[in-house]
Design a protein around this ligand. Structure first.
Ligand SMILES: [Zn+2]
Ligand SMILES: [Zn+2]
Ligand SMILES: [Zn+2]
Ligand SMILES: [Zn+2]
Ligand SMILES: [Zn+2]
Ligand SMILES: [Zn+2]
Ligand SMILES: [Zn+2]
Ligand SMILES: [Zn+2]
Length: 478
């Protein structure tokens, strides 16, 4: 019966990525094989993302499911139907032809109700936004102010063609490219670069599937499933969002319009911002300026900024500053969780709400769990990292933050005594000198000449031999 159940599980989602080579362990791993309840490879203990598997469609499905059933469904639909760049599924190739020094941004029409950038970010694809409004002025905006960008977009530059694993959805292609240029080079999701690897790792780490889908968790009780569903519902309603790329001056107009629009608008908008709304307001620019919610440096006009609907119209971030408050990593694909004035990635939002099991990496939805070694554990998951035997009530050793049972420790981790060649038990006293170790016992840690016990004594060492004195050394080596 037990075997049948295991076989059934193997066919249910345990076959994805099976056999894929590990990019870290190379030939040391026989190929990816998912552990029954840990989220790692049974062979090498690395994660699925460390193995050579094509995750694109899985990632898209995961992000799609995350935003399913939220008020962002409109956004997801838009991502799927808009022109290039679209929300992945496949990589995004952006071609830029020079000269390209400006493009058009329709600002929100004055007097119109506040249009959040999620609904109408940039010109591309949403040109009809202001159709019903009274006056739509067109504001020319210089795409790039800095010299770095001029290289890409300068007059003499031939057609540039870059393929990204991901680019900000909904943004004009120049804005998308400029957004990516503002990220640290090693984090730009250019296909085939270390930045693409970084993004993939963050996708796995920041948005664990087992934080959103009870069926990805190991044997939850009906009560745990219910608690988890409530947890997921809560974060979808209260915290989850996807950042948008916008221009600070555009946001100032939205903010000012929000104030004019009245109810529901965020407070704290100064009169200067509202006063700047006028004919040709775009060139004069609203006086209202933003500083980055992370680094507090000013946001530059004409440079893409990140806006988070959950955080309100008062806050903008530099692209490189849109990071998790706990791990400080870039929020992958601008997916954030907003809580008490802070941005979190999915993993650290989960950690801020629930204990996480150090064994299976799932959030714990049961009232019963154990704490050991500064971590939380499902009772059934406080197990030896090597052989999976249950450690409750047993002695164990922590190896690299993972508990292992004494027998596994003796086989896999214990150092060997230079004198007797036996592994040193975890609880045994030992003496270490450089890379050499001894049982701290008279039989092992003793003079090679006169056999005197050297524990607590001065000694000389040479070629794995110990001596109590120069005399003994001379006698023995002569
Ligand atoms: Zn590995
Ligand atoms: Zn492996
Ligand atoms: Zn910043
Ligand atoms: Zn984080
Ligand atoms: Zn667990
Ligand atoms: Zn073990
Ligand atoms: Zn020994
Ligand atoms: Zn001696």
């Amino acid at each position: 019966m037990e075997i049948e159940r295991e076989v059934k599980k193997m066919t249910l989602g345990h076959d994805f990525g099976a056999g894929a080579a590990c990019l870290k362990c190379k030939e040391k791993c026989e190929g990816f094989e998912l552990h029954f309840w840990r989220k790692i490879c049974r062979n090498c203990k690395c994660g699925l993302a460390d193995h050579n598997v094509h995750m694109e469609s899985e990632e898209s499905k995961k992000v799609g499911r995350l935003f399913e059933d939220t008020k962002y469904t409109g956004l997801i639909a838009k991502l799927k139907t808009d022109g290039v760049p679209t929300y992945r599924g496949s990589a995004v190739t952006i071609s830029l032809a020079g000269p390209a020094s400006s493009y058009l941004v329709p600002p929100p029409a004055s007097g119109a109700s506040v249009v959040p950038p999620t609904a109408a970010p940039f010109g591309g694809g949403t040109g009809a936004t202001g159709a019903g409004a009274t006056a739509v002025s067109v504001v020319p905006v210089t795409v790039n102010a800095s010299s770095a960008a001029t290289e890409t977009l300068g007059k003499d530059t031939p057609m540039q063609c870059v393929t990204y694993e991901w680019a900000p959805p909904g943004a004009n292609k120049y804005m998308a490219v400029r957004y990516i240029e503002l990220l640290p080079p090693e984090k730009r999701p250019v296909v085939g670069s270390e930045g693409a690897v970084y993004r993939r790792q963050q996708m796995a780490c920041q948005l664990p599937e087992h934080d959103q889908d009870p069926s990805k968790c190991h044997e939850l009780s009906p009560a745990e499933v219910k608690t988890m569903q409530q947890f997921v519902r809560k974060y979808k309603d209260e915290a989850l969002g996807m950042g948008d790329v916008c221009l600070p001056e555009e946001m100032a107009l939205v903010r000012a319009a929000g104030e004019q629009g009245g109810p529901g608008a965020t407070g704290g908008v100064t009169a200067a911002a509202a006063g700047a709304m006028g004919p040709g307001g775009g060139t004069a620019g609203p006086q209202q300026s933003f500083s980055c919610s992370h680094c507090e440096q000013p946001m530059r006009r004409g440079e893409p900024a990140v806006y988070a609907e959950r955080a309100g119209y008062d806050r903008l971030w530099h692209p490189a500053c849109f990071v998790c408050c706990t791990c400080s990593e870039l929020l992958v694909d601008m997916i954030y969780f907003w809580k008490k004035g802070k941005l979190y990635c999915g993993r650290h939002y989960g950690d801020s709400e629930k204990p996480r099991c150090g064994g299976c990496d799932e959030l714990i939805f049961s009232n019963e769990y154990t704490q050991a070694e500064n971590q939380n554990w499902h009772l059934k998951h406080f197990c030896c990292f090597d052989c999976d035997c249950v450690l409750a009530g047993e002695t164990y050793v922590m190896e690299k933050d993972k508990p292992v049972c004494t027998p596994c420790y003796m086989i896999n981790y214990a150092v060997r005594c230079v004198a007797c060649q036996q592994p040193v038990e975890p609880e045994a006293q030992r003496v270490s000198y450089g890379d050499s170790h001894w049982h701290a016992e008279p039989e092992c840690f003793r003079c090679s000449g006169c056999s005197k016990c050297l524990v607590g004594e001065r000694f000389m060492a040479g070629q794995d031999k110990l001596f109590c004195s120069v005399d003994c050394k001379k006698k023995t080596t002569a």
